[in-house]
Design a protein around this ligand. Structure first.
Ligand code: GRF
Length: 195
């Protein structure tokens, strides 16, 4: 039997994308979601991990910013690829170096618009609504040591109607994420590992 590519998901919040990824890769022949990693002890993603029967490592800033618990666990679990799904901390240099072109993130806007430190979740949709943008969307990008600045791999757009609010934009963008993120991750992994 061929060994599957082992994927870890990092999340800080609700984890609805994380769960959607797990469902997509359930029974996948070549790719397996092995575990969740979470920096926020009160995040709902921890409950999702339990429900999905997946281990979830909860870690502190110190565990993460210097080589420590997180790296050890990734090695122990033989993780090949990392997917960020609503993960809010900057990924430290040692981890980017350990997983070159093997960490991806999804951002709920059309980068380079509305990226950078502090631009996440509702703040992004609020800015789109405030600026009366005519379109918004999602960006999947490689992760480097800077917030939202790695090379963009994929984008998808939606129209923003004049009647849209911050909440309705958030809902539409989430839907777009569920539609595209798993398949984009699948393509990136398949290409990288030639599977
Ligand atoms: C998503 O909108 C994603 O683009 C952003 O954080 C949000 C996470 O949502 N990076 P959820 O926790 O997956 O529901």
């Amino acid at each position: 039997m061929i060994e599957k590519i082992r994927v870890a998901i990092f999340a800080s919040g609700s984890g609805s994308n994380a769960e959607n990824l797990v469902q997509y890769f359930n029974q996948h022949q070549k790719i397996e979601i092995v575990s969740f990693y979470c920096n926020n002890p009160s995040a709902a993603v921890i409950e999702r991990a339990k429900k999905l029967n997946l281990p979830c490592l909860i870690f502190s800033k110190a565990d993460f910013t210097t080589k420590g618990t997180v790296l050890l666990k990734l090695e122990e679990e033989k993780i090949d690829f990392i997917v960020l799904a609503g993960f809010l901390w900057l990924v430290p240099t040692y981890l980017v170096a350990k997983f070159p072109q093997k960490i991806v993130n999804i951002h709920p806007a059309l980068l380079p618009k509305y990226g950078g430190k502090g631009m996440y979740g509702h703040k992004v949709h609020q800015a789109v609504a405030f600026n009366k943008d005519l379109e918004t969307g999602i960006s999947v990008h490689y992760v480097n040591e800077l917030y939202d600045e790695g090379d963009i791999i994929f984008q998808a757009k939606i129209k923003v109607e004049t009647t849209d609010t911050e909440n309705s934009i958030a809902q539409k963008v989430h839907k777009l994420e569920y539609e595209h993120y798993p398949a984009v991750v699948e393509q990136i992994i398949s290409k990288y590992f030639n599977v």
